[in-house]
Design a protein around this ligand. Structure first.
Ligand code: MN
Length: 308
């Protein structure tokens, strides 16, 4: 931590700050300039509250140097985390992994058709919602366990892995036999009880942020990809479907995400988007997805990656 004292800070105030830092377990290095004193503090645990220093008399500003998220910081594992799956596929390595499928599992026919199509096009994962966290209680709420069974069967038939969203702790034991990746949605990002139940093989996903821009559903923040890759060793997934909310914007943002260094891409594809029960407007038509995959096969090698 770096603590800059005010220019008018008295020696007594400086000493009190030093005493407080030592009390917290820091080793303090003092630098007394012509106008201002700066204290470099190293070695303490991270759990302290930086405001305890900021409010001391004579302090101008205090900044952390090391991150408060030590376990996921890039410095903790500089080589990066690679999440490995039973069929040999891994995320975080050289291959960019494509995850594709409908927003919601709607029927046997739908999920098997989509699974066959995305598998042929080179996807490694079948995505699909079983429990739908809809904004309205009147919207389609998902097929539940039946959807998980259908997805697992379709994925096994076409040699895919399964990713699906978990909504609450009680669903975890139900989902584990059917899915390879549990997805946590934006609504649950601060459900800390749920997050605590999940394991260390974590991947982060950029799926759009809230801004003042209303043209797209969310604002897809491509710059988050290189930023997170620098700050954290966790693999990065990008979801241009929810990031933009419009199918014509999905391929360009998917291409951009791979160019920017994402490790995986999560895309909504439907065999008949016009009849989809949820997110039809952002679901790609099968031929759009196949075309996107052909484009990604050109971009991936250009940035040192491979694609199945
Ligand atoms: Mn969706």
């Amino acid at each position: 931590m770096i603590v800059a004292m005010q220019e008018v800070a008295t020696e007594e105030q400086i000493q009190k700050v030093i005493e407080r830092l030592v009390h917290l377990g820091f080793e303090v290095h003092r630098s007394t300039g012509a106008r201002q004193t700066v204290l470099g503090a190293v070695g303490a645990r991270n759990e302290f509250d930086i405001r305890d220093i900021e409010v001391l008399e004579g302090v101008s500003e205090a900044h952390r140097v090391s991150s408060p998220y030590k376990l996921v910081a890039r410095s903790f594992r500089p080589e990066g985390t690679v999440v490995k799956f039973s069929n040999g596929v891994s995320i975080g390595g050289q291959e960019v992994v494509i995850m594709a499928g409908p927003c919601s599992v709607e029927s046997h026919e739908q999920i098997f058709e989509v699974a066959e199509m995305v598998s042929k096009a080179g996807a490694r994962f079948l995505r699909g919602g079983a429990f739908k966290p809809r904004s309205s209680p009147y919207s389609f709420q998902g097929m539940g366990e039946e959807a998980l069974k259908l997805m697992r069967d379709a994925a096994d038939k076409f040699k895919l892995l399964v990713i699906s969203e978990v909504m609450e702790i009680s669903q975890i034991p139900l989902m584990i036999p059917y899915v390879d990746v549990l997805q946590v949605g934006a609504r649950n990002m601060q459900n800390f009880n749920l997050l605590r139940e999940l394991n260390y093989d974590v991947m982060l996903c950029e799926r759009g942020i809230r801004t003042f821009e209303t043209y797209t559903r969310n604002t897809m923040d491509i710059s988050a990809i290189p930023i997170v890759k620098k700050l954290s060793h966790l693999p990065m997934v990008a979801d241009p479907s929810h990031g933009t909310g419009r199918r014509d914007k999905v391929p360009p943002m998917g291409r951009a995400a791979i160019a920017a260094g994402t490790d995986a891409l999560l895309v909504e594809v439907h065999n008949c988007p016009d009849k989809a029960l949820s997110d039809g407007a952002q679901s790609l038509y099968p031929e759009q997805f196949t075309k996107l995959m052909a484009e990604l096969r050109i971009i991936a090698p250009a940035v040192g990656r491979t694609l199945a």
